[in-house]
Design a protein around this ligand. Structure first.
Ligand SMILES: Cc1cc2nc3c(=O)[nH]c(=O)nc-3n(C[C@H](O)[C@H](O)[C@H](O)COP(=O)(O)OP(=O)(O)OC[C@H]3O[C@@H](n4cnc5c(N)ncnc54)[C@H](O)[C@@H]3O)c2cc1C
Length: 430
């Protein structure tokens, strides 16, 4: 099956929605694809539980703009291959059948977002240890955290948002352990003096997670329990103590989803998709927006999405007019990166028997013998499991400085039949 569109947008988080709505409002025929069940991305993921959240103004306006724009929205579609020039291949699950669909486009906007970074430490694979955003998403999907003792640990602004949300859902969040030092956080807060909105947002999250201790300069050493999580050992560098908990929500900031971009051959810089002033990548007619171009939060996702949508609709002057605003948000992204930089102690937590690649059960001790990602992958199957290196790739980058050098289709596990017959493609290097 195949379909064609003028503008194809992959990812319906804030960046993709802004891009699709903008391009459609400027008269383009637009198709917006996403693997989730509804538009919204990570931040606006719909709750399927009774505890529905009231949409805030930004969410309401952005989704309304999409609805009235005329863009077609296909939810539950996962892009896993790029079989030909200007064509992506997606898998669609309609509830009873799987369909493989080739979508050809004149212009493409990649708005594939980011995922959490996990760092291995003893016990991190115990049942009860979750990604921070992952636990939040599960709770929105119906997993009950009510009455559960929870520790939130790692780094980045997401921790406070998650703690506030889990408390709202009845979780008993005892501690938010933020590895960044008090001094780094103070410097970051001072740099926000000209952006009071962000400070207020942070304070609101702090207030909403009230009752839990917020500990800067504190990180997990180990999670422990017989066959499921019973507690976490924390340290502030001076003191070490144990906190009993049922759930540990743990994430070390975010890493960009650049797999589709890499498959298309878009140039990356420092792991992010390289874009010019109008969000165009190194490949003509391919634009990128939101977190894959820099971890900078909601405002930046909306703005870069709008710029990409304008550029894809041929409105280059209007797109360029937004450049000063983009530069300001980029400066925020740089401050964010500096404030939540990983402390070196985190890279020494894994022990020889700590699992790093959890799909293939490859330990830190085994991986230490290799010099690079490609060798380790060939010899140990690290990164070859269902997540295709999405979890262990960034972890080995942090631990050993390895670069995960290539991607290959399918980007996600799909039935063999979905790969179809296509032109022979050269076998990529590992
Ligand atoms: C797990 C997680 C939870 C977060 N929670 C919060 C929060 O509570 N509050 C907050 O302020 N910020 C949160 N953030 C940060 C927030 O996501 C960003 O600030 C910003 O909104 C990102 O917008 P985006 O459009 O760039 O990406 P996203 O919102 O991540 O949207 C990208 C979309 O692309 C889809 N996608 C990716 N690859 C494919 C593919 N191959 N095929 C089809 N679809 C694809 C993804 O499923 C996703 O829906 C969270 C981030 C993460 C990773």
């Amino acid at each position: 099956m195949s379909i064609a569109t003028e503008v194809l947008v992959v990812g319906s988080g804030p960046a993709g929605i802004a891009a699709a709505a903008t391009a459609a409002t400027h008269g383009r025929q637009v198709l917006l694809l996403d693997d989730n069940l509804a538009p919204g991305g990570q931040i606006w993921r719909e709750a399927t539980t009774a505890q529905r959240e009231e949409p805030d103004d930004v969410k309401r306006k952005t989704l309304l703009a999409l609805r009235v724009s005329g863009a077609r929205v296909f939810s539950g579609w996962c892009v896993f291959d790029a079989p030909r020039q200007q064509t992506l291949r997606a898998l669609h699950d309609n509830g009873s059948e799987l369909h493989t669909v080739d979508v050809s486009y004149e212009h493409l906007v990649l708005a594939t977002g980011a995922r959490e970074r996990f760092l291995p430490f003893p016990g991190w694979t115990l049942p009860g240890v979750f990604g921070a955003g992952g636990l939040q998403a599960l709770a929105r999907g119906g997993f009950s955290v009510s009455g559960k003792r929870i520790v939130v640990a790692g780094t980045g602004p997401l921790l406070l948002a998650v703690a506030a949300h889990l408390r709202q859902m009845g979780g008993r969040v005892s501690t938010v352990a933020e590895q960044a030092s008090r001094r780094q956080l103070a410097r970051f807060s001072a740099s926000l003096a000209r952006q009071p909105g962000r400070l207020i947002e942070g304070l609101q999250y702090r207030a909403a997670s009230g009752g839990s201790r917020y500990r800067p300069g504190c990180w997990p050493l180990a999670a422990f329990g017989a066959d499921k999580l019973e507690g976490v050992r924390l340290t502030d560098g001076q003191r070490t103590w144990e906190e009993p908990c049922d759930l540990l929500a743990c994430g070390f900031h975010l890493v960009p989803n650049t797999e589709v971009a890499s498959l298309l051959g878009c140039a990356l810089r420092d792991s992010f998709i390289e874009v010019d002033d109008v969000q165009q990548t190194s490949i003509p007619h391919v634009f990128a927006a939101g977190e894959p171009t820099g971890i900078a939060g909601l405002d930046s996702a909306l703005l870069t999405g709008t710029i990409a949508g304008l550029a894809a609709a041929g409105k280059l002057e209007e797109a360029k007019a937004l450049l000063p605003r983009r530069q300001k948000l980029q400066r925020f992204a740089e401050r964010l990166k500096a404030a939540f930089a990983l402390r070196p102690e985190l890279l020494g937590l894994a022990q020889p028997d700590t699992i790093v690649c959890r799909c293939e059960d490859v330990t830190y001790g085994t991986l230490r013998a290799y010099e690079n990602w490609a060798d380790a992958k060939r010899q140990t199957r690290c990164g070859m499991g269902p997540c295709q290196g999405r979890v262990c790739g960034p972890a080995t980058e942090a631990l050993f400085g390895w670069r995960t050098s290539s991607v290959r289709p399918p980007l996600f596990p799909v039935p063999l039949s979905a790969m179809g017959a296509g032109p022979d493609r050269p076998s990529p290097n590992l």
